[in-house]
Design a protein around this ligand. Structure first.
Ligand code: ADP
Ligand code: MG
Ligand code: ZN
Length: 502
């Protein structure tokens, strides 16, 4: 790999303003493909989910998937777009072995949704508006696997395998208008936008939008303008970036690369680029086609799509609460600040905390356990909170046991640990491990008497006014009760018995 010259990030931003365009492809979660009845289920035997239509065989005719259109309209509405009264599909002609029709059925100058925006919140709480150019419907291609080479790329491979199960799966492509004015925060805006879009798609229930599964991928277009100039530079397009972190890194890398090229008097070529996860770099792909190279023309085999206004309004009325609105509502209900909300979001804990509160816990307790003990376990195991094997109802039960005084925090942690270790429900763990706060006053009183008797010197100190020494006695009681006493109550009892007040 050739070493790419980079300018330092600060130097690049001192001389140039970045312009960014983000194209996000979302694979819809429909049961069947966009233009035929083949299943979209993942993991099937290669080429077992195909038919004459998605294989592009002569004489086959496509039919539009109604749920695909409905999903597109929902996405458009959630992105504050206008919805076309009438639009058509178009053929985007190009040859690729994984595209058996030799054209992709897409939309061109008549997208189903256009002219919208998405407000995204940056880490410091500021809201940045990203304007949306269009959201259009299209279909995915098949999948090529190049065999026999060292790199998995076509170069050096002995042969290639083609799986058409993915060919024809519905995609929505969402394209932003050029994003200007983000300055040094352009990479952060890119990441925040894709994150917000992903939340939105999930909230709409139209796709699981799992980037690591390729259900959502982003092309990052980037160019630089010399500071003070309004004229866009030539862009590069880094294709198929498939994690939030990578979106941010790709934008950052391209800013530094463009700046180095421009500053040394070079010119940027309009091309696609590949992103490399390992070192965060990009390398040249192919020189970019212009739209006319695709010989777009309206698809003659499909009827135009004309969403009735009443139906569009029905879908609008049925939109769920949007993620940013919901987050702000929860933040207020929980009485926490922006920063804490952001941490909860990053930990993927929002829905778990909501469910725990719905199961009866108060929100402070729900947050405390999910963001404390459980987050730590998840970290250690390299898992998501939702993969730990503990349910919100179980966390709520632990919180209830603490609230009623049957468990203290220390014991509660042991109960959680037991549930995570597969020892059963919280109540079962409490029984099996014998974890209960000793609340029997008689038993506690005896333990306190014993501690005072065997630590006479300390007891005298306390009687003499050195109340701070009480900690040692509390510790002794906790030890004899194996941590199962309520420490605050123990302290009260000791002071009572020694006849001192705090
Ligand atoms: P293509 O299919 O050729 O990639 P699109 O219009 O679908 O073209 O997408 C181009 C994306 O790049 C859009 O998000 C657009 O706003 C953005 N864009 C256009 N010109 C520039 C530029 N000079 N610098 C950065 N982004 C740009
Ligand atoms: Mg593009
Ligand atoms: Zn098919």
């Amino acid at each position: 790999m050739t070493v790419t010259e980079l300018l330092s990030y600060d130097a690049a931003l001192a001389a140039y303003d970045p312009v960014m365009g983000l194209e996000v492809h979302v694979e819809l979660g429909t049961k069947t493909k966009m233009f035929c009845g083949c299943s979209t289920e993942l993991g099937a035997e290669p080429n077992s989910q195909t038919c004459p239509t998605c294989l592009g065989l002569p004489g086959s005719l496509p039919v539009v998937n109604a749920i695909g259109v409905e999903s597109a309209v929902k996405i458009g509405l959630a992105l504050n777009c206008e919805i076309a009264e009438w639009c058509r599909f178009a053929r985007k002609n190009y040859f690729y072995p994984d595209m058996p029709k030799n054209f992709q059925t897409s939309q061109y100058d008549e997208p189903i949704a256009f002219n919208g925006y998405l407000d995204v919140q940056l880490e410091d709480g500021e809201v940045f508006r990203v304007e949306i150019e269009r959201a259009h419907m299209e279909e995915d291609t098949g999948k090529s696997t190049h065999v026999g080479g060292a790199t998995g790329r076509i170069h050096g491979a002995s042969h290639s395998l083609l799986d058409y199960n993915r060919a024809g799966i519905p995609l929505i492509e969402i394209v932003t208008k050029p994003i200007v004015g983000a300055g040094e925060r352009a990479p952060e805006v890119a990441k925040a936008y894709v994150a917000e879009l992903r939340e939105l798609i999930k909230a709409l229930g139209v796709s699981e939008a799992r980037m690591e599964m390729g259900q959502m991928r982003c092309d990052v277009n980037l160019s630089l303008m010399p500071k003070g100039s309004q004229k866009f530079g030539t862009r590069s397009e880094t294709k198929n970036v498939n994690s939030l972190r990578s979106v941010e890194r790709a934008a950052r890398f391209e800013i530094q690369r463009h700046a180095a090229v421009l500053q040394s008097g070079g010119t940027i070529v309009q091309e696609t680029r590949h992103f490399h996860e390992d070192d965060g770099s990009t390398t040249s792909g192919r020189v970019k086609e212009e739209a006319e190279d695709y010989r777009y023309f309206p698809e003659p085999d499909l009827v135009p799509v004309a969403p009735a206004r009443a139906w569009v309004e029905e879908l609008r009325a049925g939109l769920p609460e949007l993620p940013r609105v919901r987050r702000n509502r929860l933040r207020e209900e929980w009485g926490i600040n922006e920063h804490d909300m952001q941490s909860i979001l990053n930990a993927g804990a929002v829905d778990l905390i909501v469910a725990t509160v719905e199961a009866g816990a108060d929100s402070a307790a729900a947050r405390k356990w999910w963001m404390g003990e459980l987050a730590r376990s998840a970290n250690e195991q390299g898992k998501g909170l939702d993969e730990l094997g503990i349910t919100p109802a179980q966390v709520a039960r632990v919180a209830a046991l603490v609230a009623e005084g049957s468990l203290n925090d220390k014991l509660a942690r042991q109960v959680l640990e037991g549930v995570l270790a597969g020892e059963g429900s919280p109540d079962e763990v409490v029984d099996k491990r014998g974890l209960k706060v000793v609340s029997d006053e008689g038993a506690l009183g005896a333990a306190v008497d014993e501690a005072i008797a065997s630590n006479a010197a300390i007891a005298d100190k306390i009687r003499g006014g050195k109340v701070a020494a009480v900690g040692a006695l509390v510790g002794a009681v906790m030890k004899t009760t194996r941590g199962q006493a309520d420490a605050a109550r123990v302290k009260e009892l000791i002071l009572e018995k020694l006849g001192v007040s705090e």
